[in-house]
Design a protein around this ligand. Structure first.
Ligand code: T4K
Length: 371
């Protein structure tokens, strides 16, 4: 068999898409001309309006990053008590709950999408439960209908961590239209970036006033401050990057789709690898390509092997957040999440790599497993 050559340049799990340099500098000219750098400038407003249309949502508001946006979402809902959530996620989800003085109650995930297992939510509801914070892990939608039903029955708020789900649609509806508030991350590593950034989407226009205020120190007028706010404003340089990238996001998603299909075609033939099956009626963004292997040891060996070839796969998400040493939670209560996190590998997928790279990465993995 032909020897597999090491990649000359590192193949990273994700890489930001960047617009043509001149496109960005055109926006910089606007910033220079207006001498307006931050605090809801013209680019900020234009970006917000364009995003609202792209995401097919009623309301969208911008923030400096996804995490601040998530904390602010929790704060404006004025919650006190327990929030049902999952631990198979980035640190941000759990930290946001705790930073807002709320208690995370960890629900296990279901094994096909790694999203919250809706059949296990009701058992966790107590008199102190106030909300469900569910994550659309890797951009694959949660069972939004079942979650809505439970939330209605118990009068709970629903917040979606849609950090990975930019542009995803369910039955033609923007994924940000479900629940009370959804948060999208526009971080450099995401399918769509504004350098850093966060978007909150929601149907209830009453959220606009506190969101505007809290992201800007709570200021509501020149003569009063009605909220105890923070500084979480998106600046004009971020908005400019977002406006540029909005023009190319569809082509980025298209490229990822072909890469995704290539991985799938090769890796699904390997009986030892488990893959996520995409759901019907969903428009995906192909933001991540996770695989599950037999156990922790095999996972670690594959990651090591890939590194030899200069492929930087990641363990998204390991450890699970209820295993973090900064907390004192019992992760044995979420066995599926724990097991998944020990077996997961997230493979590189982004517009900076080509089909041949995907074939090579897949071959490195399958050759190693067949050894
Ligand atoms: N909720 C969920 C479920 C999330 O996944 C996240 C963020 C959030 C909330 C919070 O949203 P933000 O506040 O971030 O908007 C990365 C990202 O920093 C983080 O945004 C993301 N989730 C998480 C899943 O991944 P790390 O610690 O893995 O980042 P890092 O620096 O190791 O970069 C990942 C890869 O990307 C590396 O291979 C290097 C490459 N890279 C990175 C940057 C920053 C580039 O090629 N260029 C770059 O500019 O967290």
């Amino acid at each position: 068999m032909k020897k597999i050559e090491r990649f000359k340049n590192p193949i990273l799990v994700s890489q930001p898409s960047l617009p043509e340099f001149e496109k960005y500098t055109k926006y910089l000219e606007v910033i220079w001309e207006k001498k307006w750098l931050t605090n809801m400038g013209v680019l900020h407003e234009e970006f917000r309006d364009k995003l609202r249309k792209y995401l097919k949502v009623e309301n969208a508001e911008l923030f400096v990053n996804g995490h601040s946006a998530l904390e602010i979402a929790l704060r404006i809902l004025e919650l006190q008590g327990e929030v049902i959530t999952t631990p198979f996620t980035f640190a941000s989800t759990t930290h946001a709950i705790v930073n807002c003085g709320l208690i995370p109650i960890f629900c296990d995930i279901e094994p096909n999408t790694y999203n919250i297992d809706v059949t296990k939510i009701e058992n966790l509801i107590t008199k102190d439960t106030v909300a469900i914070l569910a994550v659309h892990v890797f951009g694959n939608p949660c069972d939004v209908i079942a979650i809505e039903k439970i939330a209605k029955k118990y009068n709970l708020k629903v917040i979606y961590d849609a950090a990975h789900a930019f542009g995803v649609e369910i039955g033609g509806k923007g994924i940000g239209t479900f629940g009370d508030i959804s948060m999208f991350s526009l971080h450099a590593t995401k399918v769509f970036n504004a350098i850093e950034g966060g978007v909150l989407t929601f149907n209830d226009a009453r959220y606009i006033k506190p969101l505007h205020a809290i992201r800007n120190f709570g200021i509501t007028s020149y003569v009063d401050i009605e909220y105890i706010g923070i500084n979480a404003k998106m600046n004009e340089f971020q908005a400019a990057m977002g406006l540029c990238n909005l023009e190319i996001v569809d082509s980025e998603i298209k490229i990822r789709k072909t890469l995704y299909k290539t991985y799938l075609e090769i890796l699904e033939k390997n009986g030892e690898i488990e893959l996520i099956r995409k759901q019907n009626n969903v428009k995906n963004n192909f933001s991540y390509f996770p695989i599950l292997v037999r156990n922790y040891e095999v996972r670690e060996n594959i990651i090591r092997e890939l590194l030899i070839y200069n492929v930087h796969a990641r363990r998204y998400f390991y450890p699970i957040t209820n295993d973090f040493s900064c907390y004192n939670f019992d992760s044995s209560l979420t066995p599926v999440a724990k097991n998944t996190s020990e077996r997961i590998i997230t493979l590189p997928i982004h517009g900076g790599i080509v089909i041949e790279d995907i074939k090579k990465i897949s071959r490195i993995i399958t050759s190693f497993m067949n050894r």
